[in-house]
Design a protein around this ligand. Sequence first.
Ligand SMILES: Cc1cc2nc3c(=O)[nH]c(=O)nc-3n(C[C@H](O)[C@H](O)[C@H](O)COP(=O)(O)OP(=O)(O)OC[C@H]3O[C@@H](n4cnc5c(N)ncnc54)[C@H](O)[C@@H]3O)c2cc1C
Length: 144
Amino acid sequence: MNFKFKIKGKVCEFKNKIKKINNQTVFAVKKKEHRMESQSGSAFSAIAEYFLNLDTVVYGIAMNNLDAVYTRITNTDELKDLKGSKYVQAIVGDIYLDVEKDLKNNKTVLFGGTPCHVDGLIHYLKYKKVESSLLFIYDFVFHR
Ligand SMILES: Cc1cc2nc3c(=O)[nH]c(=O)nc-3n(C[C@H](O)[C@H](O)[C@H](O)COP(=O)(O)OP(=O)(O)OC[C@H]3O[C@@H](n4cnc5c(N)ncnc54)[C@H](O)[C@@H]3O)c2cc1C
């Protein structure tokens, strides 16, 4: 893998403990047409579809042979590649650079992945001083 930047220790680190949030609003989502291809109720597909119909860019995980890799999509036909949980660590590659490029081109971006990779992206963009008001993020909660 050819990484174009190395800023180890400055971007991807969980410095703070996860804070307990009180008074949360919880929604349950079940979208019939995506459910059988998704891991749970297909909330992801419902949200991604909404964004893609607004002409935005969506990032998630697709399989590339045996690798799970962060992938950029721009239309609902490509959504099938991102559906479903891939229970391996995804390869980040140069995807933060792609997000940076999209934001600099004033594109609205929906980016999702593991909490640590999402956190890494946020720190990366702050480090690079990229204007991020068009960035929307999603991640998921692990529980045992
Ligand atoms: C590695 C992993 C572990 C999980 N562990 C739990 C758990 O312990 N308990 C629990 O309740 N839920 C867990 N989940 C979440 C759960 O499996 C569903 O992904 C989630 O409920 C969303 O389901 P969905 O039907 O909305 O979307 P789906 O269509 O099932 O989810 C697709 C979304 O997951 C993302 N995704 C897929 N694989 C990966 C990956 N390897 N890394 C990062 N993002 C990925 C895609 O980019 C897409 O955004 C886990 C998910 C993953 C990826």
